[in-house]
Design a protein around this ligand. Structure first.
Ligand code: ADP
Ligand code: MG
Length: 228
């Protein structure tokens, strides 16, 4: 479903350029759960942003299905990003003075064909992360765990088939981290694709497939059993 062919990503201009990704080849099929693991600065976020069509590739090719993402117009990319992907971030990225309901509504503002169903979709997404009782609470009054659950509701409200999560438990205690991981794993168990960045090796090893990134390269791609 996702195919990256010899991807390179460079930031900045000579002589100050940073080679964040240096030749990555990757295939991810529908329904996989993949942990991206590696030290800080190794290129994990850059790789996830490329997959999520948030960041342009410097060299290489990116296909989703049979479609060549690198050749798409920006409007097509925006449509693809909004319809196929849900994003979850370490720092939640909620709008602090808006309610849970209105935060979850944000991705729907760009969607034309769901007008009549809007309220139901939002309520169902909030219900699925057990936050119905906080529906009208503003985001900055939520606990960290509740913020991340609200952001998962926002990520799934349009029923994407892929969730991209960048260290989603990085700012949470272990109890709330477990709740968040369980919600993301539930999404995967419904047949969807989950790609998650983590610093936490024991969390990475709960995934059937681990990608290790080091210095802009994929240095391991396989099951947790062989991972060292
Ligand atoms: N927008 C940017 N401009 C310049 N350099 C960047 C930018 N984003 C990331 N980098 C650099 O690219 C490298 C990889 O960063 P990143 O993908 O964020 O790593 P990780 O998520 O593994 O910590 C780092 O050296 C980082 O400083
Ligand atoms: Mg990062």
């Amino acid at each position: 479903m996702i195919t990256l062919k010899n991807i390179h990503k460079t930031f900045g201009k000579k002589p100050y350029e940073v080679h964040a990704i240096r030749g990555a080849d990757l295939n991810i099929e529908k329904g996989e759960a993949v942990a991206i693991f590696g030290p800080s600065g190794s290129g994990k976020t850059t790789l996830l942003e490329i997959i999520g069509v948030l960041s342009k590739i410097t060299i290489g090719e990116y296909f989703i299905g049979n479609e060549n993402v690198s050749l798409m117009k920006d409007s097509k990319k925006a449509y693809l990003r909004n319809s196929r992907f849900g994003f979850v971030f370490q720092t939640f990225n909620l709008i602090p003075d808006m309610t849970v309901y209105h935060n979850v509504e944000v991705p729907l503002q760009y969607s034309k064909d769901i007008k009549g169903k809007k309220k139901d979709l939002i309520k169902a997404a909030i219900e699925s992360v057990s936050l119905s009782h906080k529906c009208w609470q503003v985001a900055n009054k939520l606990s960290g765990g509740e913020k991340q659950r609200a952001s998962i509701a926002r990520a799934i409200v349009l029923e994407p088939d892929i969730i991209l999560a960048d260290e989603p438990t990085g700012n949470l205690d272990s109890e709330n981290g477990k709740i968040v991981i369980d919600l993301l794993m539930d999404f995967w168990k419904r047949g969807k694709t989950l790609i998650l960045i983590t610093h936490n090796e024991s969390l990475a090893k709960k995934f059937p497939r681990i990608l290790k990134i080091f210095d802009g390269k994929i240095t391991y791609d396989g099951p947790p059993e062989n991972f060292i």
